[in-house]
Design a protein around this ligand. Sequence first.
Ligand code: HEM
Length: 494
Amino acid sequence: MEIILISLCLATFLAFLLLKPLLTRITTTKVKLPPSPWRLPVIGNLHQLSLHPHRSLHSLSLRYGPLMLLHFGCVPVLVVSSADVAHDVMKTHDIKFSNRPRTKTVNKLLNGREVAFSPYGEYWRQAKSICVMNLLTIKTIQSFENIRAEEINTMMENLEKASSLSSPINLSELFTTLTNDVIRRIVLGRKYGSERGCYISQDIVRRFVELMGAFPLGDFIPVLSWIDRIRGLDKKVEEVCNEFDVFIEKLVQEHEDADEDRSDFLYILLSLQRDKTTPIELDRRDLKLILLDMLFGASVTTFTLLEWTMTELMRHHECMKTLQDEIRSVSAHNGYVTEKEVEKMKYLTLVIKEVLRLHPSVPTIPRLLSEDVELHGYDIAAGTQVLINAWAIQRDIETWGPDAEKFRPERHLDLLVDFQGQNFKYIPFGSGRRRCPGIRFALALVEVTLANLVKRFDWRVEVGTMGDNKPDLAEAIGLDVCRKFPLVVCPSCV
Ligand code: HEM
């Protein structure tokens, strides 16, 4: 017994001697975390978020700095609010920050087998490359010029009717129809209105976007997941999922049953699915999710850019006038402004750049850190979610000057910022590996649409909510932030 006791004491003493350096290291190596606002037990910083997270996160960053660590319940969330830090996240450590967080809502709606929310890896790489090669190259985009022209002309006819009757018209609704019709004709070969039984209402599309940006409490505070059930979130997700699935399934079925040869994107996806030599195997569900990504990711963001551009132009008559002068001098005939003519319109590009600066369609870009990293002297752990607040970065007075909040397209004259995200003070399409692949696709439609609208009509709104004749700037909620209220306008033909 004595021997056992002596051996135990000796073993403990030896273990202490051996482990001492390690223990000292653990207790003295302090992890340095970024500044954090105070937080409440259990919910963390969730109570400091508003319905417009880009705005509340911006206000917090003015107090806690461009790199702050928040906690949404038990989930650490790093918020990036300056060009400098964005550079380190999206360029210096791009691979580590190339994952996307997926809430249970996103998981249910998309399942990680599309492109936008797919985990960083081989499947994502191949799926993105399928979309780029078959839909988003400059040559392919140019080949759709006729589709864009036909749909824009249809919209112009509606506007001309409203003009001749001097009646107001819902421009937001026209933009929804235009973007949906163009994108569906390109991706699916035809528009799919309410005929043929393949129909999805705009209301469902908007609910989808809202749900993509929703904060399911259960993800952040697992014990409170019952609240998501009670507030109807789970049910809403289920409903939207079913509606989308029925819609997309019908489209796929219709394509499979068609006997004629087609060259639209869905047809290409179906051929890739049959072709067993492709680098990734696409099952039917993958195919449907990639399709969903292209159909709705593309139309919602493009629609949002059109809406905000017309809003800002109608709020700034001098910019509208400068743009009208440019368009009418480049395209001096009475007809449709062509895409060749649009290439010569420099002020138009400045206007679009400025709109995307003040109203990035995706104001907070979500990423997920996959490995521990040291960032600006702080230690950030793998698994931390990241929100890059493009909205705040693009209004930062340190980089954009004291008039950063002002709509002034001329500011881009001397700046070498493009849409590709090379300069981190301007990232409306993101940057790095996960940058948006649809930049040219979106701009091709937006530029020629605006050129035709601004050339053919003079614009005014009746009486704005503030009692003036300017459209308001209220924002909707969701991952993509469009106008809260539709833009109702009175066009008059010139
Ligand atoms: C004005 C229009 C658009 C805006 C402002 C926009 C913005 C964005 C932003 C900010 C991201 C995240 C980038 C990042 O994480 O760095 C993104 C990703 C993406 N966008 Fe766009 N987008 C637009 C149009 C389009 C169009 C037309 C398409 C397709 C036809 C498209 C397809 C995608 C896809 C697939 C991704 C995910 C890329 C990835 O995760 O690798 N977008 N977009």
